[in-house]
Design a protein around this ligand. Structure first.
Ligand code: C5P
Length: 232
């Protein structure tokens, strides 16, 4: 069964904690991204763990292998349940990330390490690379590489999950941002799908930010999305 991940894209810990408290007991996962982590640092992660959430630390690491190994090790020590790196970092960076996850895990299972394929905000023509292909085709190629590198799964659009699962197997996790209920605005996202379509395609984790966090009642919005996921 697919799980819902709420994206806590807030400017400070107080706003984020208020939102997290209103979703505690409903949504299993919280995602801490660049804005919140840059402002508040590790204490945000420990606060969410205390509220009982599983935490996806979405910092999209992309650096030389030694630096990424250390960053993932630190994230694992913090108690993050999932982290991500860029698939474009290649095999040695991916291997270093897996080493860091194991080193930081202690006696626990350690975080899942996923690879970002192509950002869901990128549509055809958005990649600033001459001769770049279709973003969905590139996401599939990068997912196949990520699987070969021994990573646990990928971040991709719901549009790509079926092909990625077909190529990489059902056990290779697909986490999909760019989820929009049919009546919601796409905002800056380009490759979007509804919660139902993401679940039917086989997505394991659905990341939803603004359709929940900017709703009049975030708890109700989350419940409606989870209802749609269950029916699918
Ligand atoms: O508000 P919205 O639902 O668009 O939020 C999506 C979240 O997922 C944001 O925090 C964004 O940084 C993240 N994300 C994404 N596309 C990726 C990876 C992460 O939109 N490929």
């Amino acid at each position: 069964m697919a799980e819902l991940v709420a994206a806590l894209d807030f400017k400070d810990a107080e706003e984020a904690q208020d939102m997290a408290r209103s979703l505690a007991g409903t949504v299993p996962w919280m995602k801490v991204g660049l804005e919140l982590f840059t402002a508040e640092g590790p204490r945000v992660v420990s606060g969410l763990k205390e509220l009982g959430f599983k935490v996806f630390l979405d910092l999209k690491f992309f650096d030389i292998p030694n630096t990424v190994r250390g960053a993932v090790r630190s994230a694992a020590r913090l108690g993050a349940d999932m982290v991500n790196i860029h698939a474009l970092g290649g095999e040695r960076m991916a291997a270093a990330a897996m080493e860091g996850a194991a080193q930081g895990a202690g006696f626990g299972p350690g975080p899942l390490v996923l690879a970002v394929t192509m950002l869901t905000s990128m549509g055809p023509g958005d990649l600033p690379v001459a001769g770049a292909g279709d973003p969905s085709d590139m996401a599939l190629d990068l997912a196949v590489k990520a699987k070969q590198y021994g990573l646990n799964g990928v971040v991709c659009s719901g549009l790509e999950v079926e092909r990625i699962k077909g190529a990489c197997g059902p056990g290779f996790a697909c986490l999909t941002p760019g989820i929009r209920p049919s009546d919601a605005s796409a905002d800056d996202q380009r490759r979007v799908v509804t919660p139902a379509r993401a679940v039917r395609s086989g997505s394991d984790y659905l990341v939803v930010g603004r359709p929940i966090t900017r709703a009049v009642s975030p708890g109700q919005a989350a419940l409606a999305i989870m209802g749609e996921m269950e029916r699918a």
